[in-house]
Design a protein around this ligand. Structure first.
Ligand SMILES: Cc1cc2nc3c(=O)[nH]c(=O)nc-3n(C[C@H](O)[C@H](O)[C@H](O)COP(=O)(O)O)c2cc1C
Length: 192
């Protein structure tokens, strides 16, 4: 892993969700190092409401098989060609991480935990980007499928907040425009 290269601003502005990877595997040591920094995300009461099921090396092929099992039936209406294209997106990542949050029975804590886990995930994406590793946060419908969850080892009181795909890539997608601060900020206590 390289020492720091991008500034925080550069990482935030430059990162893109990578959805097409070149098939190169991602080293588990690199991901572990990224996760060890990402855990410094803010979270209420230091509950650290996250855990990760990581699929790399031997686990990578197994998880791709599992995904194929659940994704393909959802796309049964698609033509062979479109299906093959969609499946390619699941076959080329060099690692997968499923980020799991506890589903606290208390609503406030549950929302807080989801919010904290989101900042943890963005930390991961930014740190990966800094290492030249692309990432995409995905939430396909079937991540909540009871059998899929069970196959991964997700407990009933937990939820998968994100399926993170990681990998190396040859092209960077175009940026998606964002609203400016001027468009989204209103100043309290000031007249129009
Ligand atoms: C909660 C969440 C769920 C997402 N789910 C998906 C998904 O299921 N499939 C997908 O292709 N991208 C998914 N994305 C990634 C977005 O498509 C991506 O962030 C968006 O297009 C903006 O692109 P950028 O990240 O490159 O700026 C998700 C992002 C978030 C934050």
């Amino acid at each position: 892993m390289s020492e720091q290269s991008l500034t925080v601003k550069e990482a935030i502005r430059g990162r893109r969700s990578i959805k097409l990877f070149n098939g190169q595997p991602v080293d588990r040591e690199d991901l572990i190092e990224i996760i060890n920094t990402a855990v410094w995300a803010p979270n209420h009461g230091n509950r650290q409401p996250w855990r990760i099921i990581l699929a790399c090396d031997a686990g990578l092929d197994a998880v791709k098989e599992l995904i194929r099992e659940y994704a393909v039936p959802e796309w049964k209406e698609l033509s062979e060609e479109v299906l093959a294209k969609k499946m390619q997106k699941f076959a080329t990542p060099g690692a997968y991480a499923f980020v799991i949050v506890p589903q606290d029975v208390r609503q406030k804590e549950r929302y807080e935990d989801f919010a904290a886990a989101s900042s943890f995930i963005q930390n991961i994406q930014l740190l990966a980007w800094d290492e030249g590793i692309g990432a995409c946060w995905k939430t396909p419908n079937w991540i909540d499928h009871p059998k899929f969850r069970a196959s991964l080892g997700v407990k009933p009181e937990e939820r998968i907040i994100s399926m993170l795909q990681f990998g190396y890539f040859d092209t960077i997608p175009h940026e998606k425009p964002r609203k400016s601060a001027e468009e989204i900020v209103t100043f309290f206590g000031e007249k129009e």
